[in-house]
Design a protein around this ligand. Structure first.
Ligand code: AP5
Length: 216
């Protein structure tokens, strides 16, 4: 059993690395951003409520996010462990996660904190594109789709996320500093925090992640 938290600002590469790590080690990848976007796409009540916050670059309410996480931990897909990507994002969520894991006789093994310079964050977010069908990630400079705006994997349309617009990005970065960055000290005080240099190629960072986890 391995339960990891990937922490860092918007655009730090948490999703890119979480997906890779989870596939390689066959554990579950739980991204609250992806779960919320799915809820928005299917038009559920939860999705309609979350959309208002996401469009403004603000955090969705803790209760709503915790309901999604509980569902994920009830299912069998996370029984070998999970990478929590972009979650928790507030102290209340961090405390609720520890409590929930305890109920399942689990606990967080490590929190990887991805450190990336703010100019690089803006470059990554403004150039990010995603497949609207399968969620594959691209970047217009460093990893563009090979067939124009069609996804290399499924042929779906590759689009820009609504919240990657400049004014929303500014708000997301501010919300991160105010509400999520305090978790760095929170987890450091529990000796769970491992900073990871989030700059370099995707392969280089993936190797640092594996090394940090194996040192644990
Ligand atoms: P979410 O989807 O979680 O967004 P985020 O945390 O802002 O993170 P991002 O997805 O923007 O970035 P990332 O670090 O995953 O980077 P990525 O790998 O994509 O959340 C969206 C919204 O949902 C929030 O604003 C909030 O409203 C809501 N929400 C989500 N979770 C919540 C919670 N727990 N509580 C409350 N509300 C919540 O990489 C970015 C780009 O860089 C890509 O184009 C990628 O290809 C590229 N890239 C990655 N690595 C590299 C590299 N090494 N070199 C060059 N380019 C790279």
């Amino acid at each position: 059993m391995l339960d990891l938290v990937f922490l860092g600002p918007p655009g730090a590469g948490k999703g890119t690395q979480a997906k890779r790590f989870a596939e390689r080690f066959r554990i579950s990848h739980i991204s609250t951003g992806d779960l919320l976007r799915k809820a928005v796409d299917c038009g559920s009540r939860l999705g309609r409520e979350a959309k208002e916050y996401m469009d403004r670059g603000e955090l969705a309410p803790d209760e709503l996010v915790m309901a999604l996480i509980e569902q994920q931990l009830e299912g069998r897909s996370a029984e070998k462990g999970a990478v929590f990507d972009g979650f928790p994002r507030t102290k209340a969520q961090a405390e609720a996660l520890s409590e929930l894991l305890k109920q399942h006789e689990r606990s967080i093994d490590l929190v990887l904190f991805f450190k990336v310079d703010s100019e690089e964050l803006t470059r990554r977010l403004s150039g990010r594109r995603v497949c609207g069908e399968c969620g594959a990630l691209y970047h217009i400079d460093s990893n563009p789709p090979q067939r124009g705006s069609r996804c290399d994997h499924c042929g779906g349309e590759v689009i820009q996320r609504d919240d990657d617009r400049e004014e929303v990005v500014r708000s997301r970065l501010k919300v991160y500093d105010e509400q999520t960055a305090p978790l760095i000290d929170f987890y450091r005080s529990q000796s769970l925090l491992r900073p990871v240099d989030g700059e370099g190629t995707v392969d280089e960072i993936a190797a640092r992640v594996v090394e940090a986890v194996s040192r644990q």
